[in-house]
Design a protein around this ligand. Structure first.
Ligand code: AMP
Length: 192
């Protein structure tokens, strides 16, 4: 089955973990803008240095840069039969850019999975992740800013996809397996 999906949720909601699992189960590639930026940052190339200058402060990388990187990714062969966007789009401007990218390819999203996790829970999870993974953007101050950015810029797009009839709201509390089962059930109801 070709599935073109997107996953949205606050930082620390378990998006990356759930996106990875879902991609394995559906055999589709995961397109994570955060991961793509981190690969560039690690390589210390121009895009990586630019992205890190924003992400290290919990800010969004400028849309122009992000959109171009996603569009290039969508031109690669492996996404032709479906994909899961993880961490993109992140604001309404990116929704518009994505709409155009998809339209140019005569593609459309089949569903958007929102992982719902309260703020208090995500702060705890991110501080824990900071200890384990040592990500530069998992300090208390940056975490708090990233959550503010999520509410201000990213949350509004949830409403857009709800209006389009694509939104699946999934409770993100519980074990990885419990949340994965909820995602699978919601997708099965939607996609059949
Ligand atoms: P993530 O791993 O999805 O939490 O992303 C880590 C950081 O990468 C974010 O805090 C942003 O600085 C940057 N980033 C990831 N995705 C996007 C996006 N769609 N637009 C702008 N910046 C992004």
């Amino acid at each position: 089955m070709t599935a073109r999906l997107m996953m949205v949720g606050p930082p620390g909601a378990g998006k990356g973990t759930q996106a990875e699992g879902l991609c394995e189960r559906l055999d589709i590639p995961q397109v994570s803008t955060g991961d793509l930026f981190r690969v560039h940052a690690k390589a210390n190339d121009e895009l990586g240095r630019l992205a890190a200058s924003y992400s290290n402060r919990g800010r969004l990388v400028p849309d122009e840069v992000t959109n171009r990187m996603v569009e290039e990714r969508l031109d690669e062969e492996d996404v032709a039969d479906g994909f899961l966007l993880d961490g993109y789009p992140r604001n309404l401007g990116q929704v518009e850019a994505l709409d155009q990218m998809l339209a140019r390819r005569a593609w459309a999203l089949d569903a958007v999975v929102e992982l719902v996790v309260p703020d208090e829970e995500v702060v705890g999870r991110l501080l824990e992740r900071a200890k384990v993974q040592g990500r530069a953007d998992d300090t208390a101050e940056v975490i708090s800013h990233r959550i503010d950015v999520y509410h201000a810029e990213t949350e509004p797009l949830v409403e857009v996809y709800a209006e389009r009839g694509l939104l699946l709201r999934v409770d993100g509390l519980g074990t990885v397996e419990e949340v994965a089962a909820r995602i699978d059930a919601a997708l099965a109801r939607k996609l059949g």
